[in-house]
Design a binder for this molecule. Structure first.
Ligand code: AMP
Length: 308
């Protein structure tokens, strides 16, 4: 099934305890599209960059099978730039710089050929733009999933609340779920957030896995204990990409299948953190992915016989 991905396409500068990068390719839609290309060959990107964005980065996406016809290139403007520094625990980070640049007045144009996409992933971006994308699709996709972050909760909460009403799945991290709901308990937070609109909610907990909520059901997925976490940037987006593209591939949006999608999302995120930026997401093999998914399955299954 076809997938429409929207989100930032960016320059990132990252500092971790292991090193520092200059401007490298990043952005939510970049990670989501790259990861999705392993599950479906119908990935359609909508985004915007400035004239400073190197063509080789766009070609990299194209070579991975991503349709970039919806990526606008703005003459005389600069690309979105984000910079972050990770703490020693690699779980928390400080945003050092967010320069919206081309994202400030981004008008997302949906190419005609994208109009009938069945699955929509609204990657991290201003909630107004995410809302515009939904309203510009003539037919509502079968499933609309959305990611957001504290940055937008701080500066555009009313718009975020409006957009959340229109979606099916919200994918956020634990800190964001607490901020959005005002509840510390993630179970209470999930109830409040689902009452805002989405029927499904995924709460990512970094190195502690992820929770999937729907009605009164909850599924808890583990995180793989990795020997080395090199750079967590893009892990959330890689999760979202793995999750939505697995659903698009299998075309099954039941809670049962979403559990599998959470495992695929977790597996793709686990690759992402092994190298800087998008590096590890290029050139993965299907065998590597399947083996990683198997590792998650064996980590989650337990056989216990209860004494009578
Ligand atoms: P993640 O580590 O999955 O939360 O995502 C990191 C990516 O999000 C980076 O590549 C950034 O370019 C991008 N990003 C950071 N802040 C924003 C923002 N305010 N809007 C859109 N994308 C952002």
């Amino acid at each position: 099934m076809s997938l429409l991905v929207i989100g930032s396409v960016a320059f990132d500068a990252i500092e971790t305890p292991f090193g520092k990068t200059d401007k490298i390719i990043g952005g939510a839609a970049t990670y989501i599209s790259m990861v999705s290309s392993y599950h479906t060959d119908d990935v359609n990107l909508v985004g915007v960059v400035g004239e400073d964005f190197p063509n080789e980065h766009i070609e990299l996406l194209q070579n991975m099978g991503v349709n970039t016809d919806g990526l606008q290139i703005k003459e005389g403007e600069k690309s979105f730039f984000w910079s972050g520094r990770y703490h020693n625990d690699m779980n928390s980070r400080d945003t050092l710089v967010t320069e919206l640049n081309v994202l400030e007045n981004f008008d997302p144009i949906i190419p005609e050929a994208y109009q009938n996409c069945e699955y929509l992933m609204l990657g991290n971006l201003s909630p107004q733009v995410q809302h515009t994308v939904i309203s510009r699709l003539r037919n509502r996709p079968k499933l609309v999933a959305m990611d957001t972050m504290n940055f937008w909760m701080d500066i555009a909460l009313p718009e975020l609340t409006e957009t959340i009403k229109k979606i099916d799945v919200l994918i956020i991290n634990d800190e964001e779920a607490r901020q959005l709901s005002g509840e510390y308990s993630l179970v209470k937070a999930s109830q409040k957030i689902m009452a805002m609109g989405p029927r499904f909610l995924v709460i990512k907990k970094g190195e502690h896995g992820a929770l999937l909520f729907h009605e009164n059901y909850v599924f808890s997925a583990p995180a793989l204990p990795l020997e080395e976490v090199f750079d967590p940037t893009g892990a959330g987006d890689s999760f979202a990409g793995g999750f939505i593209s697995y659903l698009a591939k299998t075309d099954d949006i039941t809670f049962e299948n979403m559990k599998r999608a959470v495992i695929y999302g977790s597996a793709m995120a686990s690759f992402c953190v092994e190298k800087f930026g998008t590096e590890r997401l290029v050139g993965l093999t299907h065998t590597e992915i399947e083996n990683r998914v198997k590792a998650f399955i064996s980590l989650s299954s337990v056989d216990i016989s209860l004494a009578n």
